[in-house]
Design a binder for this molecule. Structure first.
Ligand SMILES: *Cc1c(COP(=O)(O)O)cnc(C)c1O
Length: 466
């Protein structure tokens, strides 16, 4: 017989040991390569063929984090992480995850754990004020916020509501419905439209700063109407994944109102910056928006998964998604006085995600988070200045937030070599990509653990390699 699973004192010891392990892991990251050298199958080769028949000690489990897991990781929390976008973690968020697991509640309905619902609603109402988005989006007004697993899921949900609204209004079938987004929009828009059954997705041409052109939207809608199609959904991107391009939210919103389309904003990455007032001009026109998503799990110090979705009016959302089997009927729901978050997204069962966000907001305060965002943006701008002053490098897009997009003046091959050289060094990780047929390099400043010295060291390596 192994240890008793109900032995809480053993749990206490193991939990302390695990916290010690996490501290050592995070503290030791700078001396590891960002990407461990690993080939397909290397990790599985270290695992036994069969699940253990008899219980093992927790020491053995912990030891295998070092033996099996760590050497098979890409270290997203590495201070040299400048790839993709950040997936921030932070001590309060890690503790929030632990508290969530310790409570182990399932908040599908208000009645299945009232605090899980009410803390979530309340924290997302706080964020309405902190990010300066319309007051109408609060749960205490007509709208409300819900936490989802990711922006992809928030966007998919918005597309389903848009489809139902279009069907109710026009009687059109999904195969005739059209969703519009920038050609620079995230793949989740196209995927969500496909999953929601849309027959058509139109990707709109962008300008020299990679913002979708409102004239392109107006022309595409007019053409589709002539062809007997039903324009149903338009997405404004605030901070595209490729270059953090910003679509004209107000112009798209005006067109959406006239054409009676659902208007969704995808601010998955850049939304967190709105905690600082100076970035809000990039999303002027939010009163013309039906739904909005951003990911605290990217740039607001909150571990995956944690994505905010707000709606300006919660009725169409709930009407589209509410299905009530008899075993979920209860007095609180029937009173109409409570929120049942199962009606706000696809999944039924849901974790107490708000706990980690609540911990983060309290332990850093809005001031701490603003300062983090501003620091990352300042470091990114310093890189932009150095790149633009460099004889062999040039930025290829503006840096409204903390993503720097640049290329080697000698062309695609030189740019790819530069990215390979930087990543080959091991201390840093950046992303090579392509836009309008041109190769470029992306540096996303935003790991929780990055310091100014890391940014300077990255620059020195770029300068030496270019
Ligand atoms: C990262 C990103 C997404 C996808 O977010 P998930 O939470 O991974 O689903 C969607 N849109 C944009 C603009 C993004 O940058």
């Amino acid at each position: 017989m192994g240890p008793d699973p109900l032995d809480l004192e053993a749990f206490r010891r193991n939990a302390y040991a695990l916290v010690d392990w996490i501290v050592d892991y995070l503290g030791g990251l700078a001396s590891r390569p960002v990407c461990e050298p690993v080939r397909p199958g290397d990790v599985r080769a270290k695992l036994p063929d069969r699940a253990p028949e008899e219980p093992e000690g927790f020491d053995a489990v912990l030891a295998d984090l070092d033996r099996v897991v760590v050497p098979g990781l890409t270290h997203w929390q590495h201070p040299g992480w400048f790839a993709y976008f950040p997936a921030q973690s932070s001590p309060p968020a890690i503790l929030g995850e632990l508290a969530q697991a310790g409570l182990g509640v399932q908040g599908m309905l208000w009645s299945t754990s009232p605090a899980a619902t009410e803390v979530e609603s309340h924290v997302l109402d706080w964020l309405v004020d902190l990010l300066g988005v319309p007051q109408q989006w609060k749960t205490t007004a007509s709208g409300g916020g819900v936490l989802q697993s990711g922006a992809s899921q928030s966007t998919h949900t918005a597309l389903v509501v848009a489809r139902e609204q279009c069907l109710l209004r026009t009687g059109a079938g999904p195969k005739d419905m059209v969703a519009y987004a920038s050609s620079q929009a995230h793949s989740s828009i196209e995927k969500g439209a496909r999953m929601a059954g849309f027959g058509h997705i139109r990707l709109l041409e962008t300008d020299h700063e990679f913002a979708a052109r409102p004239e392109a939207l107006a022309a595409a809608v007019a053409e589709d109407r002539r062809d007997g199609l039903a324009p149903a959904f338009v997405c404004s991107a605030v901070g595209t994944t490729g270059t953090t391009g910003v679509d004209p939210v107000r112009r798209f919103g005006e067109i959406a109102r006239v054409e009676q389309m659902w208007h969704h904003v995808d601010a998955a990455y850049a939304g967190s910056a709105m905690i600082c007032e100076e970035f809000r001009r990039h999303q002027d026109g939010l009163e013309l928006v039906d739904s909005y998503t951003f990911n605290p799990h990217k740039w607001l110090a909150t571990n995956l998964d944690c994505s905010v979705m707000w709606v300006a009016d919660r009725r169409p959302l709930i009407e589209s998604l509410s299905v009530l089997p008899p075993y979920l009927r209860n007095e609180a729901s029937e009173s109409g006085q409570v929120i049942d978050y199962r009606d706000w997204h696809g999944p039924l069962g849901r974790p107490f995600r708000a706990l980690k966000l609540w911990f983060v907001l309290r332990c850093y305060g809005a001031a701490g988070l603003r300062s983090m965002i501003r620091t990352h943006v300042a470091w990114a701008r310093k890189l932009v200045e150095r790149i633009d002053a460099h004889s062999r490098l040039a930025t290829i897009a503006p840096t409204p937030f903390a993503l720097v997009s640049f290329a080697h003046v000698d062309g695609d091959e030189a740019t790819d070599e530069l990215v390979a050289g930087i990543n080959g060094d091991g201390r840093f990780h950046i992303t090579g990509s392509e836009v309008d047929g041109k190769r470029y390099a992306r540096i996303s400043v935003g790991s929780t653990w990055t310091t100014e010295a890391d940014v300077d060291a990255l620059w020195n390596l770029i300068d030496a390699t270019a």
